[in-house]
Design a protein around this ligand. Structure first.
Ligand code: NAP
Length: 485
């Protein structure tokens, strides 16, 4: 099935941090793919802005290299790359200085959408917002895209919201959480709210529990300094995992409109129970012999007590979910890269087939990466003449197989989200009050382990995390699903 592409209107996109890692790996290759798909018009203008001295030609060469490295080669055919590069400009700008800003303002076209992507460290967000305003670039068609981390805690998130609000209203602020741009995440909403099959079962009467796992095989990489100040709770749980939890748990919004969806997500965050200390497990990865350094070595802090792994149990205290636990876990250097939401249904209330047939609960598995797709495990009779024995079989929909032309990956989250910014659709972006509510839930958890002086449990690189995480489940008579690629 070939997806329909509706071109967006011509726009100006300024990428502050246009020479950085995120711009090279995600933003620019994502835009290029949208250009190749015919969605980004030739008259659009993308301006890289950073301090590194170079002219627009040098920037085009820099971007061409990034695209060759990070875009599948088939997208570089038929002169498409030249066409895309012709849309690019570069301006030398210091977010904290004065040079370059007038030049940037002059490059922007009148009467078109202007998006300013803040792909720089969060310490510069306020400076950028202020200068955009000061140099007359903030029009009613302007919007800013803010990368994570959005604050370090509730206080800093509030301060950042207040700073941005001095120059832009909420409808112009796009706080990005790239998990929300994944095809599967939107499919989760389509499955829930576009079918009658699931919604009647989507509650504590039928759902035993929910597991949300975001497992990474990578370590902290070059982000050691930042990560050691943040840890898994701030880096992953406060944003990505909580957003996924919200989409699973929220009530149906009256319509698929940004504020209706975000109102419902906010209600979920506000309904989350505080996490009991014995319902949370923190871990820190050790070295993998001869291959990778352990966490402390990687961040250059031999006494670090920052967690690279979290597993926790919480409840959404409302009518729909009372009694259904939500188990969340995420970690680095785990055995496989796998992000998956498992909705574990309850057993059938009574087995008419007797104990020898076996009992199998239904499972809805929503895979975010790799191999985005959705699997529903249903129980059938084991084939053959051996009597009535039951087995699980998957009803599987892998999106790449089901929907894309042969071999085509679903669009990367950044591709979709940048186009949403240009179209002015905030549905998949976090609102300021959502971010603050998420910090209000996270802060006491972090404060609690800091007050108790807790040290994370060590776990082996390449494992499924600390053993205590298994105990967290075992105590409830449950088990984590395996972490498989
Ligand atoms: P990075 O590789 O360190 O790049 C930072 C960019 O900011 C560079 O282009 C740098 O260029 C520019 N910059 C630094 N100081 C500046 C200043 N005073 N004025 C103007 N430009 C300045 O960082 P990154 O990994 O791309 O991350 C960018 C943002 O995205 C961060 O907030 C990060 O947390 C977030 N993020 C990144 C990723 C990722 O995968 N990389 C994922 C999620 C979120 P010059 O040195 O030339 O000025």
């Amino acid at each position: 099935m070939v997806s329909r592409v509706i071109p967006v209107e011509p726009f100006d996109l300024v990428i502050f941090g246009g020479t950085g890692d995120l711009a090279r790996r995600k933003i620019l290759p994502g835009l290029f793919k949208r250009y190749c798909a015919g969605q980004m018009p030739d008259t659009a203008q993308v301006i890289g802005a950073a301090r590194s001295p170079m002219d627009s030609d040098a920037y085009r060469a820099f971007v061409a290299e990034a695209i060759r490295e990070f875009s599948p080669s088939r997208f570089c055919e038929n002169g498409a790359l030249d066409g895309f590069l012709a849309c690019l400009e570069y301006v030398v700008v210091d977010a904290r200085g004065t040079d370059g800003w007038d030049e940037l303002a002059q490059r922007l076209g009148p009467d078109r959408v202007r998006a300013f992507y803040f792909s720089v460290g969060p310490g510069l967000f306020g400076d950028l917002a202020e200068r955009i305003h000061l140099h007359g670039m903030a029009t009613s068609e302007s919007r800013i895209v803010v990368e994570k981390p959005f604050g370090h805690d509730l206080e800093t998130a509030r301060a950042l919201n207040a700073t941005l609000a001095e120059h832009f209203h909420e409808g112009q602020i796009y706080r990005i959480d790239h998990y929300l741009g994944k095809e599967t995440v939107q499919n989760l909403m389509a499955i829930r709210f576009g079918n009658v099959l699931f919604e009647p079962l989507w509650n504590s009467q039928y759902v035993d529990h929910i597991q949300i796992t975001v497992a990474e095989t990578v370590g902290v990489g070059g982000r050691g300094e930042y990560y050691d100040r943040a840890g898994a709770m701030r880096d992953m749980v406060q944003n990505h995992l909580m957003q996924l939890l919200c989409l699973i748990a929220m009530e149906p919004p009256a319509k698929f409109d940004p504020d209706a969806v975000r109102d419902e997500k906010l209600k979920v965050i506000r309904a989350l129970d505080p996490v009991e200390p014995h319902h949370i497990v923190r871990g820190q990865y050790g070295a993998l012999d001869g291959e990778h350094p352990g966490y402390r070595e990687a961040v250059g802090n031999p006494r670090s007590t920052t967690e690279s792994y979290i597993a926790l149990k919480t409840h959404v205290s409302n009518w729909r979910w009372a009694g259904t636990p939500f188990y969340l876990r995420t970690g680095k250097r785990l055995k496989a890269r796998s992000s998956v939401i498992n909705v574990m249904f309850k057993d059938a209330p009574h087995s008419i087939f007797g104990p020898e047939a076996g009992r199998h609960a239904n499972l809805l598995s929503i895979r975010l990466q790799p191999n985005e797709g959705i699997t529903l495990k249903v129980t059938i009779k084991e084939p053959g003449p051996g009597g009535m024995r039951l087995v699980d079989v998957p009803l599987d929909m892998t999106f790449a197989d089901a929907l894309g032309p042969e071999g085509e990956e679903p669009p990367d989250a950044y591709e979709r989200l940048i186009m949403d910014v240009i179209r002015g659709n905030q549905t998949l972006f976090m609102r300021g009050d959502e971010v603050e509510a998420a910090w209000a839930w996270t802060d006491p958890i972090i404060g609690g382990w800091q007050a108790r002086g807790e040290v994370p449990k060590p776990y082996d690189s390449g494992s499924a995390g600390p053993d205590d995480a298994d105990l967290l489940m075992k105590r409830d008579g449950r088990a984590w699903r395996g972490i498989t690629p």
